[in-house]
Design a protein around this ligand. Sequence first.
Ligand SMILES: [Zn+2]
Length: 126
Amino acid sequence: MSGEMVCVHHAATVSEADIVTAWLEEQGVPAFVKNRLTAETLPIDGLRSKRGIEVCVADDETAEQAKILLEKHDRQVEAEHPLPVDDLLIDTTCDACNAVLSFPLSSAGSTETCPDCGEYLDIPEM
Ligand SMILES: [Zn+2]
């Protein structure tokens, strides 16, 4: 044992830290929440301004393993939950008043009303 524990993940909440820890252990990587006791007694707002709750493992070797697993896990989550289309925006300029406007991708190819001058404007296709 080198005795040096390594932080592999910063969770925003205690429950997120617990999920990550449990998940890592399921993958055969022993992990623990470093500042759990402190975290539970701190108000959430105080936590958010700090580094969050640290999920740690015992040594560098385990940390490498954990990081690879976590990266893989993140990619899986992204693949399973792609960004909602409405989070993507199309920028267009109003022909009537030159206002630069952003519309959700779902509006592509449709006609909207300019919020600045009230004229109709065509949203370009992507
Ligand atoms: Zn306009």
